[in-house]
Design a protein around this ligand. Structure first.
Ligand code: F42
Length: 324
């Protein structure tokens, strides 16, 4: 089992650089940078990380072919691969519907768009001149002027068809989930080939003090519950009434500053369903369950811990060695 860390570029670049180096020094194999237009640009951050790190693999976790043309994605990730001495990985998927709508992009035909984009990117990275007549993309003789070698492609996928596609055309998949029930559901939809990397990215919070770990993950869990499809809530026995209470508490927390009420609305069962949180021993047990299901990379997602630096060191010292 490899470990990765997901980082949102919503903090200063020097902080991301520091966390990435710290993650590398503490045994993480992958650093994944999320991509939304309103945060710092993922590829620019990856260029900085390419120079700040030596061993860890670095990639978008994930970009999408709706807000960046596949040729530009190919050129950008090939540049990161060149800068990092061949350590780039490309995470790509449909993109967040609501974020894309804010910039006037209608996420039509997400499956077809991702499928065609990945084919185009692979061919460009191989140095081909690409003629392509798809439903979404039309290319007439596009070719990169440089080559920087192979870049593994991971597909961020939740839906059954996207999961299947990921295993058909990707080198790996990134599944956003925490609970074995959700991870099992996702894995059942894959048709993985030899060497295919099944990565799971979970809301994560670790601390030697269980209460600190739990308190600290509540806001992240509230966001997950708020946008969770009802069939997933049902899978975990969470009723719509308590999910709606979280939705309204989340709104009040942002508009009126009622953070204490938000923390009260997030139940233990929600934390159990939508995060991996607790003491090192508790989280090890949960990650072991995922490993048994076939997960080959565990990606530590936000918030990581109350103090991110301490949490990364704790993971490096007490958690990663258990999976060596
Ligand atoms: N989104 C971001 O914008 N930025 C990120 O940094 C990010 C990170 C991330 C990490 C892991 C991960 O798993 C997801 C992540 N996401 C991120 C979210 C991601 O971009 C997607 O929003 C999310 O994964 C949900 O997409 P999905 O994989 O469930 O696919 C959706 C779009 C879906 O509807 N899939 C269906 C399915 O069954 O899988 C397929 C739909 C389909 O078949 N569509 C047809 C087609 O051709 O596309 C058209 C159907 C028709 O008639 O219209």
């Amino acid at each position: 089992m490899e470990f990765g860390i997901e980082m949102l570029p919503n903090v200063k670049p020097y902080e991301l650089e520091y966390y990435a180096k710290l993650a590398e020094d503490n045994g993480f194999g992958y650093v994944w940078i999320t991509d939304h237009y309103n945060n710092r640009n993922a590829f620019v951050i990856l260029s900085i990380l390419a120079k700040a790190t030596q061993m860890v693999r670095i990639g978008t976790g994930i970009t999408n072919p709706f807000h960046i043309n596949p040729a530009v994605i190919a050129s950008a990730i090939a540049t990161v691969n060149e800068l990092s001495g061949g350590r780039a990985v490309l995470g790509i998927g449909a993109g967040d519907k609501f974020t894309l709508e804010k910039i006037g992009i209608d996420r039509r035909k997400p499956l077809t768009t991702v499928k065609e984009a990945v084919e185009i990117i692979k061919r460009l990275l191989k140095g081909e001149s690409v003629e392509f007549e798809g439903d979404v993309f039309k290319f007439s003789g596009a070719k990169l002027t440089f080559s920087s070698g192979n870049v593994p492609i991971y597909i961020g996928a939740q839906g059954p068809k996207m999961l299947r596609l990921a295993s058909e055309i990707g080198d790996g998949v990134i599944i956003n989930a925490s609970h074995p029930k959700d991870v099992r559901f996702a894995i059942e939809n894959l048709k993985p080939k030899e060497g295919f990397d099944i990565a799971v990215c979970s809301a994560f919070s670790v601390d030697k003090d269980r209460d600190v770990a739990i308190q600290n993950v509540k806001v992240v869990v509230a966001f997950i519950v708020a946008s969770c499809p009802s069939e997933v809530l049902k899978r975990h026995g969470i009723d719509e009434t308590s999910a709606n209470a979280v939705r309204s508490a989340l709104n009040d927390a942002f508009t009126k500053g009622n953070w204490k009420e938000l923390a009260e609305a997030v139940s233990e069962e929600m934390i159990e369903a939508f995060s991996i949180s607790g003491t090192p021993d508790e989280v090890i047990e949960k990650i072991e369950e995922l490993e048994k299901l076939g997960v080959t990379q565990f990606i530590v997602g936000s918030p990581v811990g109350k103090d991110r630096v301490k949490a990364i060191k704790l993971i490096g010292k007490e958690i990663i060695p258990k999976f060596a």
